[in-house]
Design a protein around this ligand. Structure first.
Ligand SMILES: Cc1cc2nc3c(=O)[nH]c(=O)nc-3n(C[C@H](O)[C@H](O)[C@H](O)COP(=O)(O)OP(=O)(O)OC[C@H]3O[C@@H](n4cnc5c(N)ncnc54)[C@H](O)[C@@H]3O)c2cc1C
Length: 356
């Protein structure tokens, strides 16, 4: 089967959806190819059976994220401040009880999007007609030929004038065959570009009541031992649904899901006592197990390594291939702000491009 479009966007995460939004606002059409059965990529708000929304991926933004803040305002999506409180639990050693420590004044508060971060994805998806997105359709090969760029996924071929990859560069280098081959230096760079949060594990625990507050806790906790290394009050803006949510130690990815959950329960019991075990739901996402986010690196890379590299800010194949995505942005790469900026950069370049 063959489809044709001017601009093919590979990946329906924040970068791909923002680019589609900008193109459509200016009267251009685009097609999004998305490997997963959902949009959003590293933005994923899970809703428990009790209706508690837990952000398993991106959660926080700050006022310094000016392009994201502007987009949220344009889409009329309100934000609210993350509750931190003035004290936190601190666990230094597993055998010791957790201490209560004062938190320093928070000069740069973090904010969350009301309704969960996926509210941003849903708002952007309203600007994406059904026929302009193909879910469950992983791009496998992209071949540039004289008469156009051909992208292949199973039996489907899409011919376009321009292809914009929004995959984290390391993932692109591992998963999609590109012909003609990109410059060797660029391939190496992509392989060694860190995918922000690709190794992380998030877990959230939903409760009928914020019982920890009744016991004088803020819900904020930091631990040197884990499984939670950071934990926060994940109650919604309306104060109607209650949860604790945080990051588990990355090496917990090697455990089975029941073993991870057992360790989480043990730590919550230690922190907050018996009521912590009377939870309504437990959710976790092990991002390194997500094949459409993470591919293991050949050599160790450092957090943010090569993020925002200048080689990402020029098109290849005579203006017919753009390497976009948060990790390629010139500011705040790896973050939602980077994704928005990356989409804006490609949009500007495409607006001037004769290839489009
Ligand atoms: C646990 C976690 C916590 C985070 N916390 C924060 C935070 O608090 N604040 C913040 O600003 N940022 C945070 N981030 C980072 C933020 O999520 C990303 O910067 C942003 O969502 C990246 O958007 P993107 O569209 O560039 O990439 P992605 O979201 O990775 O989108 C890429 C898309 O491409 C798709 N795809 C992959 N392979 C293929 C293929 N072969 N064919 C077609 N489609 C494909 C994927 O399914 C995905 O939808 C966090 C990320 C994680 C994982």
């Amino acid at each position: 089967m063959m489809q044709e479009t001017d601009v093919l966007i590979i990946g329906g995460g924040l970068t791909g959806l923002t680019l589609n939004y900008l193109l459509r606002k200016a009267g251009y059409a685009a097609l999004i190819l998305e490997a997963r059965d959902r949009l959003g990529g590293r933005i994923w708000t899970k809703t428990t059976t009790e209706g508690v929304k837990i952000d398993m991926g991106a959660t926080w933004l700050g006022q310094k994220h000016t392009h994201l803040v502007q987009l949220l305002q344009e889409l009329k999506l309100p934000v609210f401040q993350q509750r931190l409180g003035t004290k936190a639990l601190f666990e230094q050693h597993q055998q010791d009880t957790a201490q209560i420590v004062p938190l320093p004044p928070n000069n740069e508060p973090s904010y969350r999007i009301q309704g969960g971060t996926s509210a941003l994805i849903q708002a952007l998806a309203r600007h994406l007609p059904d026929e302009a997105v193909l879910l469950d359709t992983p791009g496998e090969k992209i071949h540039a030929k004289a008469d156009g760029v051909y992208t292949f996924s199973g039996a489907l071929t899409i011919k376009s004038k321009v292809v914009v990859s929004t995959l984290p560069p390391s993932l692109l280098s591992h998963r999609i065959e590109l012909q003609p081959a990109l410059p060797v230096a660029l391939i190496r760079l992509m392989q060694q570009t860190h995918t922000w949060m690709g190794e992380s594990i998030k877990a959230g625990v939903a409760y009928a009541q914020p019982f920890w507050r009744e016991h004088g806790h803020t819900g904020t906790a930091f631990s040197h031992t884990g499984p939670f290394t950071e934990l926060y009050d994940h109650t919604d803006a309306e104060e109607e649904h209650f949860a604790l949510k945080g990051f588990l130690r990355n090496d917990m990815a090697n455990l089975s899901a029941p073993d991870r959950k057992r360790l989480v329960e043990g730590q919550l019991l230690k922190f907050f006592g018996q009521p912590a075990l009377e939870y309504a739901s437990y959710e976790e996402t092990v991002w390194p197990m997500e094949p459409y986010t993470y591919a293991p690196y050949e050599h160790a890379v450092l957090p943010h390594q090569n993020n925002g590299h200048a080689m990402y800010r020029k098109p290849y194949w005579n203006g017919r291939l753009f390497l976009a995505g948060s990790e390629t942005a010139d500011a705040f790469p790896g973050y939602m702000e980077g994704a928005v900026r990356s989409a804006e950069w490609v949009y500007q370049a495409l607006s001037k491009s004769p290839a489009r």
